[in-house]
Design a protein around this ligand. Structure first.
Ligand code: UTP
Length: 285
């Protein structure tokens, strides 16, 4: 029996340039979808997957993320005094009960692969999950990561969440190719449409073996001097079984303006407090 998945790594040390100037002083991961920041939606999905430890890989300008999961005595005391108990509970459980949070710094934005490697001293050489919080996966039934952890528990399979994308968009994603058994046999980062091995794109959820750390230390920096997670995974495909996970629900790329707006509209329309009036207003636009 292999070790279970205990940790999720959340790399949040990127610069978030697509959302400037909003992300000049506020981390991209703190942008809210309705009333919860992206980072909290990711942590809640990890909680549903039974994950116990959250490992944030942050940079100097991301203190707000740590604070979001920490105790805020003054705010809690005020809410208690005013009898705002539902809000008090919401503030106290930003980190769900039973979860712990560890923080490591990525000293320089040297790429996603490098960010994941920074988590090695905390994760150890155990299998673990990685989530990119700006890929918000809205699955009202279960959760993408919960399904991937279940796949690992049942079949000992590592996996990457994937979805079909239009061929003219392959250069925005890591793209995989599969063999007849459905195993991932190749993965390339941002291929041009004419050379992409398929249109099956990897999105921000991964269940990885501890061996990825060793693999990442071998990866040479690619374009822009970045160490790509894709290259680390690609080097393991011959020795480890990786499966594509076609997730349920809808993925919103909240690192882009369009995806971020769509996620807010989707959750806004379902909101018990403002959903109906929001829908009525939307019809008038
Ligand atoms: P992105 O490619 O979305 O980059 O990174 P970014 O800097 O966050 O955003 P843009 O493109 O400039 O707007 C994918 C994920 O990898 C993390 C990011 O924080 C994001 O979660 N990352 C990227 C790091 O943690 N470190 C890096 O060096 C690069």
């Amino acid at each position: 029996m292999r070790a279970s998945i205990q940790s999720v790594v959340l790399p949040v040390a990127g610069l978030g340039t697509r959302f400037l100037p909003a992300t000049k002083a506020i981390p991209k991961e703190m942008l809210p979808v309705l009333d919860k920041p992206l980072i909290q939606l990711a942590v809640e999905e990890a909680h549903k997957a039974g994950i116990k430890q959250v490992v944030l890989v942050t940079s100097a300008s991301k203190r707000a993320i740590e604070d979001h999961f920490d105790v805020n005595f003054e705010l809690e005391a005020t809410l208690e005094q005013r009898g705002k108990l539902a809000m008090l509970d919401a503030v106290k459980t930003t980190l769900p009960n039973g979860m712990t949070l560890a923080v490591v710094r990525q000293p320089k934005a040297l790429g996603l692969g490098h960010a994941v490697l920074c988590a090695q001293p905390i994760v150890g050489n155990q299998p673990f999950a990685v989530m990119l919080p700006d890929d918000f996966i809205d699955d009202t039934q279960g959760g993408c990561l919960a399904d991937m952890v279940a796949l690992y528990n049942q079949e000992q399979a590592y996996s990457l969440a994937v979805e079909e994308v239009p061929r003219d968009k392959t250069d925005k994603y890591g793209v995989v190719s599969l063999n007849e058994e459905g195993r991932i046999v190749a993965m390339v980062e941002k291929p041009k449409p004419e050379v992409a091995p398929s249109t099956l794109a990897v999105v921000g959820r991964y269940v990885l073996p501890g061996a990825i750390f060793e693999a990442l230390t071998e990866v040479k920096p690619g374009a822009g001097g970045e160490i790509q997670l894709t290259d680390g995974i690609a080097s393991l495909l011959a020795s480890e079984h990786f499966r594509p996970h076609r997730f349920k629900g809808v993925r919103y790329d909240c690192g882009s303006k369009l995806g971020y707006l769509q996620a807010n509209v989707a959750l806004g329309l379902r909101d018990t407090e403002v959903g109906q009036s929001f829908a009525a207003w939307l019809k008038t636009q």
